[in-house]
Design a protein around this ligand. Structure first.
Ligand SMILES: [Zn+2]
Ligand SMILES: [Zn+2]
Length: 233
């Protein structure tokens, strides 16, 4: 097979980029991953080339694939329960984590607001917020992210599963005690909202370029995060 020319700024082949766009737009429109044969048909690729594109996108961290090759995560979208629902006016999504759930109303242009719901990992109290693009939601709950940013991709499913919202600091402490985990980063909902606001900007457009680590660090600093957990001094 002829090696396709990769885009110098994204590292993605044209085939990979058309598959990426189809998957992301399908998640945005329907809340679900498209069928692989529908991706093949829409992009004009055969199934083997479509499979190759999925693997390329997983390697470049645009997708997380499960054991049978299915899409588990196309950040911020998930294809199964990662503890956050995001209910829009027309569409119901699974958010991949607290960060992802708060990002979906910012990313999907038709959703200026959505109801994000979850349960506290420590005490199972249900929580819900209307997340809009205008202002952070009101609430005294706190986000706790377990895995430092340098290790996000060591096991990204584990990482996303542990980016959660708790009732309070005391629920975070109770959960850390009960599970034997080390404290990660704790911050308020306004900071979570700012973190989510622009992080995935451009993902529904083409071409899309992932942030370099230095750009990510600037972004974290601008939204009010600090410390070695975020790769900042
Ligand atoms: Zn709680
Ligand atoms: Zn996530």
């Amino acid at each position: 097979m002829v090696q396709s020319i990769r885009d110098e700024t994204t590292g993605v082949t044209p085939e990979g980029e058309s598959v990426r766009l189809m998957i992301y737009r399908s998640f945005a429109d329907t809340g679900r991953a498209p069928l692989r044969r529908d991706v093949a048909e829409a992009t004009g690729l055969d199934l083997a080339a479509t499979d190759t594109a999925y693997r390329e996108l997983a390697r470049l961290r645009h997708l997380v694939l499960g054991r049978t090759g299915e899409v588990v995560l196309a950040h911020p979208f998930a294809s199964s329960n990662f503890h956050f629902s995001v209910m829009g006016a027309q569409t119901l999504w699974w958010g991949g984590c607290a960060w992802d759930a708060f990002a979906i109303p910012h990313l999907v242009p038709t959703e200026a607001g959505a109801l994000v719901a979850t349960t506290c990992p420590a005490c199972r109290t249900p929580h819900a917020w209307t997340v809009t693009t205008a202002d952070p939601p009101v609430g005294s709950q706190v986000a706790h992210f377990l895995v430092p940013t340098a290790h996000i991709w060591d096991d990204v499913v584990h990482t996303c599963s542990h980016q959660r919202i708790f009732c309070s600091e005391s629920c975070v402490e109770a959960w850390l005690d009960a599970t034997g985990n080390e404290r990660g980063s704790v911050f308020d909902l306004a900071t979570l909202w700012r973190l989510a606001r622009g992080w995935y900007a451009g993902r529904l457009d083409t071409p899309y370029r992932r942030r370099e680590p230095a750009e990510a660090h600037d972004y974290f600093r601008q939204v009010g995060l600090s410390g070695s957990f975020w790769g900042l001094d």
